[in-house]
Design a protein around this ligand. Structure first.
Ligand SMILES: Cc1cc2nc3c(=O)[nH]c(=O)nc-3n(C[C@H](O)[C@H](O)[C@H](O)COP(=O)(O)OP(=O)(O)OC[C@H]3O[C@@H](n4cnc5c(N)ncnc54)[C@H](O)[C@@H]3O)c2cc1C
Ligand SMILES: Cc1cc2nc3c(=O)[nH]c(=O)nc-3n(C[C@H](O)[C@H](O)[C@H](O)COP(=O)(O)O)c2cc1C
Length: 781
């Protein structure tokens, strides 16, 4: 085959040498516009895992890299006068020039032709090639030429960064954060050879501009960074080698993705590789890894399917199918890490203490979990767990290890939860006349025995017409109060869990079927409907029952109904009260602009839409005992254009905080049938995080939190204070006990009646873990 690689970066060179090694008969040329020793940038890093991969594919290259690279394990944070270090992270750093020279030398050794100093204009310049590799980097001309085919999606990110070098030598991957009068700057620092260290400085655009850096040339920018990081640099200078860049040399990261990776130009197949087809932010240090792994995968496919011209189409298709999945995974992780550095100044640097800031930084990609950190550096994590437990008020003798964050207590008002797990409220549609009876005693009683700190009863309604379905529970009469009291007393008498109730009014989503009846959930009852009320006369479903827009008299009545229910809830002995302002029910419908289109003082701006829900909250808080907590569940994102956004959710949280709410329970959606949520593991946790840091109120995270590892990571990083777990508790009432056994947390107290299961379960999980034990996954943090 005749192969031409346009661009002699890691992708083009490595692919060239791998294919030549596969069959020396291939005619391979790499064309590069720069001179052999002329490149931008300083050092790059990749993980031990990438090195293992390279060792398998071309041992001599791996060997040469190994001799030249700098390996280190530690990550160090310098922040607010503190230095915190954790180990086990496994990185390799190498100068970009050195890496390219190794690849160039190996190409020459194998007989790959290298052409330098040649700026390629088009793939058409190689009419006799069978395969053209467009490895021409982030600004790929070839990608742009065939943009209609490749359909690139390019996003320019808001932070500014400058890629510098220094002769100060560091023995860890170091992150330094410095605050100026305009905001925070961070430096990502790693040594890559005996004399030199990469020093990337990053800051948000507005901070960069406020310092006049948009007007500064390279020398002025360097002088600024030297002054800012003077303590850290210890007298060493910063250097640039990006003289080819015009202006200030501060860049914005561009995230590149392409829908299609290859194209037949009429003569040859053209395929994108490396940064030309995808980029990953340097916060995760994996752009070179991706380029190298693209080259490996394409070679593997030629090896498996045949390396002759007639196979190219099939090979390229398979290459995209396989690589696009891995790349997307890594781009997602890189995206999280990048976003963390974009918001760190506004969201974490001033809010989190240095210990927690370090934890948050290490888990920024959300791919490194609590247990993964334990595998990397058990001693550091043990120290952090102790710090966390003590911050949570635990007094631990020196020889007693601290519990994982999930099992630390949490105190709010006069009440302490034994741990951070909440059984999330879940409608059971199993009442007659709104009366909780034996079903609820067994259901809630079992979950209270199952280890969670707080068990929330499902949405309970102040009046019959406030219910979602005729089978929903109520709290409007003494019989219901006594029904609830029987359950509350049982939970208090037999467990050390707390029990809460969620009060809510269905509003426009009332008078419907239980999910298993008639036409299913949200569909109007076939008969026996009751009139609905809402902020505006808009049905939830297009063909659903139309509610009546509430009058001020309706608002007074419903507010007073909530107050009456609250009094009954206090008499029933509940420990916690949650006001349901989420999921498109009545209070939520007032908050969202999609469902509240009133023109009076209860509609319009967010402040106006919040007016009546806040009035209800204040009235309820007034009669709910002062020593007991109240949370508010909100939909932090409507997932519909024009609906509530996560930014609005911060404002909503601030308003409820000012009204006296203790916590915000951060759910999302179900406000509009047009919603398009992005589901995924812990997908609503970013809302809890954002609200906690920006509104300064404790939060409950909920949604696809299904393992102890999730809970520990969320709580430890300060993304939320409690985690509500719903569906996993339907399958397993003893979810918390089970998860404790799974992670080997044996000091947990089990109910005495269940004790004989404890050690059995612990040893089953310990055995399973031992069998699965495999080398730890290593991703550069
Ligand atoms: C600040 C910063 C820090 C980074 N840190 C890391 C890190 O720590 N680890 C990591 O893995 N990655 C890092 N990267 C990313 C990494 O540099 C790239 O992902 C990687 O180099 C991609 O390899 P590539 O071969 O696809 O593209 P490139 O390395 O960009 O190579 C493309 C080559 O094509 C040449 N070229 C372009 N157009 C033409 C043309 N028309 N004709 C001829 N030649 C052409 C260019 O001169 C260049 O040599 C970082 C990037 C930046 C900006
Ligand atoms: C059967 C069922 C009933 C639910 N009922 C309620 C409810 O009454 N009130 C509420 O706020 N959320 C309710 N939810 C939402 C859950 O509390 C939770 O927010 C959601 O299921 C996401 O958590 P998960 O991924 O752990 O299941 C319900 C969820 C389920 C599965």
């Amino acid at each position: 085959m005749k192969i031409v690689c346009i661009g002699g970066g890691p992708a083009g060179l490595y692919f060239g040498l791998l294919m030549k090694q596969l069959d020396p008969a291939h005619d391979i040329t790499v064309v590069e516009r720069n001179k052999p020793y002329d490149t931008f940038g300083w050092g790059v890093v990749f993980s031990d895992q990438t090195m293992d991969n390279m060792r398998q594919w071309d041992p001599p290259t791996a060997q040469a890299i190994q001799q030249a690279f700098n390996h280190w394990d530690d990550i160090e944070l310098e922040f607010k006068g503190r230095t915190i270090r954790s180990g086990g992270h496994g990185f390799v750093g190498i100068g970009r020039k050195k890496l390219l020279n190794i690849l160039q030398a190996r190409c020459e050794e194998l007989g790959v032709k290298l052409v330098f100093d040649t700026d390629v204009d088009s793939d058409a310049d190689f009419p006799d090639a069978d395969l053209v590799i467009a490895s021409d980097g982030i600004n790929s001309k070839i990608r742009n030429k065939y943009a209609a085919v490749f359909k690139p999606d390019i996003v320019t990110r808001p932070n500014r960064y400058i890629w510098l070098g220094t002769h100060r030598l560091y023995d860890a991957f170091t992150f330094v954060f410095e605050k100026t009068e305009h905001g925070w700057f961070q430096a990502h620092i790693y040594k890559f050879d005996e004399n030199t260290t990469t020093f990337i400085v990053e800051t948000p655009e507005h901070v960069w501009k406020a310092h006049g850096l948009d007007q500064a040339d390279q020398a002025q920018s360097i002088a600024f960074c030297e002054k800012l990081f003077a303590d850290n640099l210890r007298g060493e200078k910063l250097m640039t080698n990006a003289r080819h860049l015009r202006g200030s040399a501060w860049l914005n990261f561009q995230r590149v993705k392409c829908e299609q990776w290859s194209h037949f130009n009429g003569r040859a197949h053209v395929v994108l590789m490396g940064d030309a087809v995808h980029t990953a932010h340097f916060a995760i240090g994996s752009g070179t890894k991706l380029a190298i792994e693209d080259a490996i995968e394409l070679t593997r496919q030629f090896k498996e399917l045949g390396d002759s011209p007639d196979k190219i189409g099939q090979v390229l298709q398979r290459y995209q199918e396989l690589r696009s999945v891995d790349v997307l995974r890594l781009q997602n992780a890189a995206w999280n890490a990048m976003e963390w550095f974009e918001v760190v100044g506004e969201r974490y640097a001033d809010q989190l203490p240095p210990e927690q800031f370090m934890y948050s930084m290490l888990t920024r990609s959300q791919r490194i979990s609590h247990e993964n950190l334990r595998l990397r550096d058990a001693q550091w994590l043990g120290g952090y767990e102790r710090w966390f437990a003590e911050a949570a008020g635990m007094k631990l003798p020196p020889h007693v290890p601290a519990p994982p964050p999930m099992f630390t207590p949490y105190t709010v008002r006069g009440m302490t939860l034994k741990n951070r797990v909440v059984v999330s409220p879940m409608a059971q549609y199993s009442c007659v006349d709104g009366l909780p009876a034996d079903y609820h005693l067994v259901h809630l009683g079992a979950r209270a025995m199952g280890g969670a700190g707080l068990v929330m009863a499902e949405m309970t309604c102040p009046t019959p017409d406030a219910r979602i379905t005729p089978s929903c529970p109520g709290l409007w009469n003494k019989a219901q109060r006594d029904g609830w009291k029987r359950i509350v007393d049982h939970v208090h008498a037999t467990t050390d869990a707390k029990i809460g109730i969620q009060l809510g009014h269905a509003g426009p989503k009332g008078s419907t079927n239980a999910p298993w009846d008639g036409d299913g959930a949200d569909r109007p009852l076939p008969a026996g409907n009751w009139p609905l009320i809402a902020p505006s006369a808009l049905p939830y479903l297009e063909d659903g029952q139309v509610p009546r827009a509430m009058t001020r008299a309706d608002m007074d009545r419903v507010r007073d109904d909530f107050v009456k229910s609250t009094r009954l809830a206090a008499e029933a002995g509940f420990d916690w009260l949650e006001l349901h302002c989420a999921h498109g029910y009545l209070l939520s419908a007032f908050i969202s602009p999609l469902t509240n289109q009133r023109s009076d003082e209860y509609g319009g701006s967010l402040a106006h839409r919040l007016r009546w829900p806040l009035e209800v909250f204040a009235a309820v808080r007034e009669v709910w005992p002062r020593h007991l907590p109240m949370s508010v569940r909100i939909s932090a994102h409507d997932w519909v254009e024009g609906g509530i956004t996560p930014e609005d959710a911060v404002e909503i949280a601030r308003a409820f905080k000012a009204a006296g709410a203790d916590m915000i329970d951060c759910s999302s959606g179900q406000v509009s049938a047009l919603q398009k949520p992005s589901y995924g593991r812990m997908y609503q946790t970013p809302f809890a995080d954002r609200i906690r840091q920006l509104a300064g109120i404790p939060t409950i995270a909920v949604g696809a939190i299904s393992e102890a590892d999730h809970v520990n990571s969320i709580i430890a990083a300060g993304r939320a204070d409690l985690c509500a777990v719903a569906r996993p508790h339907l399958a397993n009432p003893a979810w918390t006990l089970t998860e404790a056994a799974k992670i080997g947390y044996t000091p947990l107290a089990w109910p005495k009646q269940y004790l004989s299961s404890k050690s059995q379960m612990e040893s089953i999980f310990a055995r399973e873990k031992a069998m699965q034990a495999a080398p730890a996954y290593k991703e550069p943090a």
